[in-house]
Every structure is written in C-alpha cells, then in structure tokens.
Design a protein around this ligand. Structure first.
Ligand SMILES: C[S@@+](CC[C@H](N)C(=O)[O-])C[C@H]1O[C@@H](n2cnc3c(N)ncnc32)[C@H](O)[C@@H]1O
Length: 358
C-alpha cells in the first residue's frame, strides 16, 4: 500500500509516472507506463518455467539454462536480459545470471514468497475483464460478468485450478500493512475470534500464534477452508483453531467475541457488503461487547498517491467491488447495525477499523 510521505512514493513528483525512466516531456510520460506491461510479460514465462528456482542454485548462462529446461536459448536470453533491466535478476559481464534479492520471492515454497501472487495477478483471467472496462464505464455493469458470463467467485468455483492458485495467492497476501496490523492491534482482548472470508486461515493463524490466550475459527467456503488445517499446523495453532464452512450471504457462526473480516469487503459492491455485514450483525445478536474488525484499505482524500486508488480499479474490473474511504466504511457498517469504536487510523494504507454493534 502507499507509504505517504516517504521519499520516492510519487506523492510529490507526479505519482506512478515518476517511477518510469526520466527524459520524456510531461505530455509523453504516460507512455512510460507500458514498461509495466513489458516487465510482467518478461517475468511471467520465466516464473512459469521455474527460472527463479534454477537460478537459486548459482550463476547460470541462458544457454545452459535453456539446455536444461528444453527451451529456445535466444528467447530465454532476451527475457532474462529484460528481467535484469527490471532488477529481478543480475546479469554479469561473462553472460551469467544470478537471482537478485528482489527475485527471491518468485521461487517456489520460500518464506515470504509471492510466486503464486505474481502468477495469479498476471493470469489471463485477471487481464481479460480490463477489455470490458469501457463497457463498465458506459453502463456501470460489472466487467468480469461481461467477460466471463458469471461473477468472480462463481467462476472460481467452476475452475478449481484457478481457485487453488487464488487461495494460495491469498496466503501470500502480505502487504507491509498486514504486519503493522498484526503488531499494532491488541487481539488478545478477544478470547474467541472469527475470521470471516478468511481464506485458508493464514491471518487467523498468525494472530493465534502471537496471542496464546486466543482461539479462533476461519469461516469461508468449503473448498477454501479445506486448506486451513495445513496453515494451522504450520503456525502451531491447530489445537486452538477450527474451520467452519460458511456462506457469508446466508449465515455466519455465532458465539465469537470478535468478527474479523480482512481484504474481503472490498471484493463487493455496497449492497453485497451490507448483506455480509448484516449476517455478522445477526451472529452477534444481543452481545453488545462483541466487535466487528474490518481490515482493508482506507482511502485518502483528493490528490496524491494512494495505492488503494489503483487497487480500486482491480476491484472494479475483476470483482464489482470497491476500495473505501472513512465515510464509505461508516455508512455501510451503519446500514448493518454497527457504529465506529476504537482508534481512527490514518488513511492511505491497510488499516484495522473497529466497530461495535448498536
Ligand atoms: C480476497 S479473499 C481474502 C482472504 C483473506 N481474508 C485474506 O485477507 O487473505 C476473499 C475471501 O472471501 C471468500 N468468499 C467469497 N465468497 C464467499 C462466501 N459466499 N462465503 C464465504 N466466503 C466467501 C473467498 O473464498 C476468499 O477466501
């Protein structure tokens, strides 16, 4: 997410356009954005081929790698050269390549890896809806539905391989803001925590690992929570965590002190987000000490760089969802029977917003 005020955040010198090569007159700077397309285009086939894993074993030439992988040596050389220009690999004078620190996360199965996140975000399924954004602009109709004839999560239910990649990507969904939320909020106030739409339970597991007095349940679709046991075991919290098969449009399990919902309400338009929040409110019932904890982006006001204003476009294209500012969050939670409680975090990053039932 954005790092307001840091050097190089683009805020003072023109946003994302400032990140691309200098030298273009202002009226032409926008063409520098294509560098992102070319960079992703070069990296995706390299990652699919497992090149970051092969390079982790030591310096290799393109010819040597091409022989081992059975691919075209000249094309591999050109893609690696581009990856070096991006900064993901380093190219030595003798023609060998090594993985740069910035490429380590593209290896398979490494701690803090982002391989599946990268492959999912660059998947054709995630590009195709963008072709329909002009239609969405004209009509307000969801781009993903126009592209695929169904909504994103229904599509995943019908395409298990894409769904498995998405669920794995979500486990890697760790913006710097996620650690700040984990470190900065006192989850130990809540002995029983439900993570609604919590994926495979990775965030809940991280909370429980930090707070030995807490227990919890991840509440997500059956095919998703099927992967929770592994996460709970990896974090050493399997004795304090359960998985509850949940359709959050139908009902959310009762009996928890905190209902956490992270990176999930932004997947939905206001009408559907209020439906989900209303099911959480139903689950809380008369327990006015229970809390709703929303972890999502909090948009800044007009002007300036804010990564949430860009991820909002992904929400628009792929999910018919949206990122929200403080007034948006207060409005949709109020519609479901909640009022703000706790701290009022700075916008411009992933935040935790606390609400009490009214
Ligand atoms: C963007 S992911 C966020 C996952 C996790 N909270 C995180 O921050 O990494 C949204 C989650 O909502 C879940 N979801 C979508 N529709 C659902 C439904 N009807 N009932 C329960 N969960 C659902 C998905 O399976 C997915 O795990």
């Amino acid at each position: 997410m954005s790092t307001a005020g840091d050097a190089g955040d683009g805020r003072e010198d023109g946003g994302v356009l400032a990140w691309f090569p200098a030298g273009l007159p202002p009226a032409q700077k926008v063409i520098g954005l294509f560098a992102a397309k070319w960079a992703i285009g070069a990296l995706r086939p390299l990652v699919l081929l497992g090149v970051p894993d092969l390079l982790a074993e030591g310096p290799r030439t393109a010819a040597d790698l091409a022989r081992e992988a059975g691919v075209d040596p000249d094309v591999l050389h050109r893609l690696l050269r581009a990856a070096a220009a991006v900064g993901v690999v380093r190219e030595a004078q003798d023609g060998t390549y090594v993985l740069a620190p910035e490429g380590q996360g593209l290896r398979s199965g490494v701690p803090d890896g982002v391989r599946e996140m990268f492959l999912f975000a660059s998947d054709p399924v995630m590009w195709r809806p963008y072709e329909e954004l002009p239609h969405t602009l004209r009509t307000g109709e969801p781009a993903f539905g126009r592209a695929f004839g169904t909504d994103f999560f229904a599509f995943l239910r019908e395409h298990p391989a894409t769904a498995a990649l998405f669920d794995h990507a979500m486990v890697q969904n760790r913006y710097p803001g996620t650690d700040r939320v984990l470190d900065g909020f006192d989850f130990s106030r809540f002995p029983r925590i439900a993570d609604v739409g919590g994926g495979r339970g990775h965030f809940l597991a991280a909370i429980l690992a930090r707070h030995p007095g807490c227990t919890g349940a991840v509440c997500d679709q059956p095919q998703v929570v099927a992967g929770a046991k592994e996460q709970f075991e990896q974090h050493g919290v399997a004795d304090r965590a359960t998985a509850v098969e949940t359709d959050f449009f139908t009902s959310v399990p009762a009996g928890f002190d905190a209902y956490l919902i992270k990176h999930t309400l932004h997947n939905w338009n206001d009408r559907d987000a209020v439906r989900i929040l209303s099911r959480v409110r139903d689950a809380i019932g008369t327990d006015l000490n229970a809390r709703l904890l929303v972890v999502d982006a909090l948009l800044t006001g007009p002007g300036g760089f804010d990564l949430g204003k860009l991820t909002d476009v992904e929400m628009l294209a792929v999910l018919d969802g949206r990122e929200r500012d403080r007034a948006d969050w207060d409005r949709i939670t109020a519609a479901a029977g909640f009022a703000p409680a706790g701290e009022d975090p700075e916008p411009g990053d992933l935040v935790l917003l606390e609400f009490r039932p009214v």
